[in-house]
Design a protein around this ligand. Structure first.
Ligand SMILES: Cc1cc2nc3c(=O)[nH]c(=O)nc-3n(C[C@H](O)[C@H](O)[C@H](O)COP(=O)(O)OP(=O)(O)OC[C@H]3O[C@@H](n4cnc5c(N)ncnc54)[C@H](O)[C@@H]3O)c2cc1C
Length: 444
């Protein structure tokens, strides 16, 4: 059972009664009905890539881990309706491939896409690098099929674009982290497949310049803007040090970087627009230097710098992570303020902020001091959280932009969500899962 009892950050290890791997939605329902009758807690699990411990059972050893990995059928791809119905255990990469095989595009894209599953993406309302253009998983689902705690299957599957018949049950289960039902399948939106793509990497002075650049690119590229990611020099240094085959794409070092991707439907259109926009941005002094990928390999190499950030940080030792969001225009203030307060309290700690600037979502990760002791540093988790989340709260932000709450942020949720909102959430939970068998200890 051991692969099902730990998780990628090694923060949580659980025990379980058993791991069950049903093949059909009906089997999932029957398992839940039995668990409901006997009061056995159920931990739904997809690709086990979640970063907040929601897929790990607790230490009691009483839980049933319900792995969805064998529900892995693509049920239907309907290019004419721009929709496909896939089972919960289909990996994100398989879903993307199925869309592409029908000459369509499924835009959700995460560094974990080879392992994470559509069920997990829905349960966590996953975000990723294309939210700026297509929204998060919440925006990409047309319907879902869910096994309820009592074993019944609820289905809103189908390619309907409009259905104004009361409460939105599909959305209720998205982002519910396995606490309201077990998702067994979903109908997902498909989009026209972009025919051209341009990826640029720009050297910047600071986050304020990144914000100006973002607004400039938005204004000139409009809907072609597909991704706008930022990272700091200390982050790039970690990648260059730890990830084989990476190299600095610019001649000189800069304090900050932006990775910008444009996509368009006519051959060569994105490349042409990107070249013009980069030249204009450099001319206007909105970036210090820039490079535009000239091949798919070069584009992948630029993306690798951004996508290897978590792995590089892991190899550098302990890090205390924050997946936070603030209004996009407040990002420079957030980074500045959090940095100042951290330096005052922990002068040796190394902030390595990076992320989806276009959506106001920064992964504000703090690496341990050079040569310091990992455990000593991680012992400051709560204090460092309090500093970073304090700034987030002052700026009207969120303590979880895309990874969810899980076990990691459950107490923080209680501190930051309004009592009325928490009451409403508990009432929904009590109605759909009266015996509390679904992922107890997660989220609420
Ligand atoms: C390298 C790396 C990069 C990442 N990048 C991003 C990113 O850019 N954006 C982002 O949003 N996330 C990111 N993540 C986090 C993670 O990949 C996502 O949260 C993903 O959506 C989880 O999918 P999963 O199948 O692995 O779910 P799991 O980890 O197995 O489960 C996650 C949660 O969903 C529940 N769950 C899983 N399947 C179901 C189901 N069928 N029904 C009901 N509940 C279910 C679990 O109980 C748990 O609470 C990243 C993770 C890694 C390791």
């Amino acid at each position: 059972m051991s692969p099902y009892l730990g998780e990628p950050r090694d923060l949580y290890h659980g025990r379980a009664l058993c791991v069950l791997k049903p093949r059909t939605a009906r089997d999932v329902g029957d398992i839940l009905a039995l668990c409901n009758e006997t009061g056995a807690p159920v931990t739904p699990q997809g690709g086990n890539t979640g970063l907040v411990g929601g897929q790990t059972p607790d230490a009691s050893g009483d839980s049933v881990v319900l792995s969805l990995e064998r529900l892995n059928q693509i049920r239907a791809v309907d290019a004419a309706a721009d929709a496909m119905t896939v089972e919960a255990g289909v990996t994100l990469a398989q879903a993307q491939d199925a869309a592409q095989a029908a000459d369509r595009f499924f835009p959700l894209s995460l560094a974990s896409e080879g392992s994470c599953t559509i069920g997990g993406n829905l349960a966590t309302n996953a975000g990723g690098v294309h939210v700026i253009a297509y929204g998060s998983m919440r925006d990409l689902a047309l319907g879902i099929e869910v096994a309820l705690a009592d074993g019944r299957l609820l289905s809103t599957l189908g390619a309907l674009r409009k259905d104004n018949t009361g409460y939105d049950l599909t959305q209720l289960f998205i982002g519910s982290e396995g606490t309201l039902g077990v998702i067994t399948a979903a109908t997902l939106k498909l989009f026209p497949r972009p025919r051209s793509r341009a990826v640029a990497f720009l050297g910047l002075r600071n986050p304020a310049e990144a914000l100006q650049l973002l607004n400039f690119v938005k204004g000139h590229a409009g809907p072609m803007l597909n991704a706008f990611e930022v990272m700091s020099r200390p982050g790039l240094d970690l990648v260059l040090r730890h990830i084989p085959g990476t190299r600095d794409p610019l001649a000189q070092a800069h304090d900050w970087y932006a990775l910008v991707e444009l996509a368009a439907f006519a051959e060569g259109e994105a490349e042409r627009a990107a070249a013009e926009i980069l030249a204009a941005a450099l001319h206007a002094g909105l970036a210090q230097d820039a490079t535009l990928a000239q091949s798919l390999d070069q584009a992948s190499a630029l993306w690798k710098l951004r996508e290897s950030m978590s792995e590089a940080q892991k190899r550098e030792g302990g890090s205390i992570k924050h997946d936070v969001a603030v209004p996009v225009n407040e990002i420079p203030r957030f980074i500045e303020e959090a940095g100042q307060r951290l330096r005052a309290a922990f002068p040796q700690a190394r902030p390595v902020p990076f992320g989806h600037m276009g959506d106001g979502n920064i992964h504000y990760n703090v690496s341990q001091p050079v040569g310091g002791d990992k455990a000593d540093f991680l012992a400051h988790w709560t204090e460092i959280n309090a500093i970073v989340h304090g700034v987030v709260s002052e700026l009207g932000g969120s303590i979880s932009a895309e990874h969810g709450i899980g076990r990691l942020k459950r107490d923080l949720l209680r501190q930051t969500k309004s009592p009325v909102a928490l009451d409403a959430m508990r009432a929904i939970k009590a109605t759909l899962d009266p015996n509390g068998i679904l992922n107890p200890g997660v989220l609420l």
